[in-house]
Write a protein that binds this ligand. Structure first.
Ligand code: GUN
Length: 299
């Protein structure tokens, strides 16, 4: 790429709205059969980020014609009570999708809670059955929404992955690990060579400089600098970090894991943040919800 040229912007709002349009058509097709997809969001406590995320998910679902319900539970709810709440939704045939927003209050085990959701209603793709199906490449499972959204960005932007060197920064269960599972599959738009880096990795910069695609999902503000990126590489920023900012009325602002202003001068393509991965996550959640409904309806 010529010096001084900025990267192609991978606009998650545009790409995500195309997925929402496709999903809306499926909702309308189900409506002709008298079926309406429905999803229940469970939020425990008042974590400020979770309040915003769940509201956005609920509003997007409603706009598509999906029946969305948000249960707000007290932060002191016991694990047992939360399990019972989920079990009731599991056995309610009018509910197709269930999502328990993370993080949960400390004494509650996320692993226990995610394992309680019926795998057929697990639109987050966090149940061990769906994690296993993802690893096996079984398309009947649900893929976690954020890595599935990153994959859709790459597919819809014609960024080749077969044989590509992909560096994933971060090894979390919500993004890093499932992202690797998706891109390593022997399948169309996958077939990548994956390097996963984390807090104990050596020579992070050297690994990143080899990468055709870097997916930053480690939760460290502005971590990926321009001198860590090969010219022309694709950079996807999954990070959402709140940092102090004296010029903002709140005294803080959100930044990604990528030093966007500098990296965009080196990268070939880059996601903005906000407006990159975030809208894709929500779009994939809607897509998963309709898929759960279609399977339950036998279509
Ligand atoms: N917290 C952060 N990301 C997610 C997500 O994708 N799903 C849920 N349920 N909680 C989250």
């Amino acid at each position: 790429m010529p010096i001084g040229m900025s990267a192609l912007l991978l606009d998650g709002r545009v790409l995500g709205s195309a997925i929402l349009d496709e999903t809306r058509i499926k909702v309308e097709t189900l409506a002709q059969r008298g079926i309406q997809p429905s999803v229940v969001f469970i939020r425990v406590g008042e974590d400020p980020a979770s309040v915003v995320y769940v509201r956005m998910k609920d509003q997007t679902a409603a706009k598509l014609g999906i029946r969305a319900t948000t249960l707000v539970l007290d932060k002191n709810i016991s694990q047992e009570e939360l399990v019972t709440t989920i079990q009731k939704l599991n056995s309610d045939p009018s509910v197709h999708g269930i999502l328990v927003q993370a993080p949960l209050p400390k004494p509650i085990s996320e692993q226990v809670i995610f394992s309680t959701v019926d795998p057929c209603k697990d639109v987050d793709g966090f149940h061990p059955v769906n994690v296993g199906k993802l690893m096996l490449g079984d398309p009947t499972g649900f893929r976690p929404c954020t890595p599935a959204g990153v994959h859709e960005i790459l597919i819809r932007s014609n960024i080749p992955t077969a044989g590509a060197e992909v560096v994933i920064l971060g090894r979390g269960n919500i993004v890093g690990k499932p992202m690797a599972s998706i891109l390593v599959q022997k399948a169309p738009h996958c077939d990548a060579t994956i390097t996963m880096l984390h807090s104990r990795s050596r020579d992070i910069r050297a690994h990143c400089l080899q990468a055709d695609i870097i997916i930053a999902a480690m939760g460290s503000a502005n971590f990926l600098k321009a001198d860590m990126v090969k010219p022309g590489a694709t950079v996807i920023d999954v990070g959402v970090n709140r940092v102090p900012d004296a010029s903002s009325p709140k005294g803080s602002k959100l930044v990604g894991d990528v030093d966007f202003d500098a990296v965009k001068e080196i990268a070939g393509a880059i996601t903005p943040n906000p407006g990159g991965v975030g809208p894709m996550t929500i779009a994939m959640l809607m897509s998963n919800t309709v898929k759960a409904c279609e399977i339950a309806a036998g279509s």
